[in-house]
Unconditional design. Structure first.
Length: 214
């Protein structure tokens, strides 16, 4: 029986998590491609790059999952999904889909001035935030970006000693208290698990081709 060909076109910040989930779920015939995680700071470029890639490859796949939430695109990513008959991850941000439905909104209501970290963002905090936002070159920007934040919430996926230390370091650089939540894979895990069908054998290791755009 012919197996469906699935493309996951995702943010590079999800690379480790997606590879782990594909392996755990035994998904086969899945091609994974990543756009640069640096688009985290330039969300206005995300949809153009998604359209460019999907225009070239959509016809080659039976199903497409975009490894993004809304991610600052103001709804445009949903238009991309409609144009290319694709699906995306739930929620407004990656912080949202790493949690159970409704949990992110509850955290925001509890403290609107919350800066969120994931394993990836904690590990690459200096490069993505202090370098990426120009704070290292222009320290005066620090107050502009962070004056209204009151706490850091670290949504731990693997929660290793290394990522925990990175989260503590990031909170220290921001001068804010740190709260850690053992989030795991959240809705990301649920969504990837649903890519499995009875046609696929869970005993087989996933066959993946991986490309990262810088």
């Amino acid at each position: 029986m012919t197996r469906p060909k699935v493309l996951i076109l995702a943010c590079g910040a999800l690379a480790r998590e997606l590879q782990t989930l594909l392996r755990v779920n035994g998904l086969t015939n899945v091609t994974v491609e990543y756009l640069s995680a640096s688009l985290h700071n330039r969300p206005e470029h995300i949809c153009g790059l998604l359209r460019q890639r999907l225009t070239n490859v959509r016809h080659s796949f039976d199903r497409v999952l975009l490894g993004y939430a809304d991610c600052g695109t103001s709804g445009e990513i949903d238009l991309v999904c409609a144009e290319f008959d694709a699906e995306r991850l739930p929620g407004s941000h990656c912080y949202d889909f790493y949690l159970a439905p409704g949990r992110f909104d509850a955290l925001q209501e509890e403290e609107p001035g919350t800066f969120y970290l994931t394993d990836y963002l904690a590990t690459h905090f200096d490069r993505l935030i202090f370098d990426g936002l120009g704070i290292e070159r222009h320290p005066e920007l620090f107050e502009l970006y962070f004056a209204n934040y009151e706490r850091v919430v670290y949504l731990a996926q693997a929660g290793t000693g290394k990522t925990m230390a990175a989260a503590l370091s990031a909170a220290g650089r921001l001068g804010l208290p740190l709260t850690t939540i053992d989030a795991g894979w959240g809705q990301l895990g649920d969504t990837v698990a649903q890519l499995s069908t009875s046609k696929w054998s869970p005993a087989e290791a996933p066959s993946m081709s991986v490309a990262i755009s810088k």
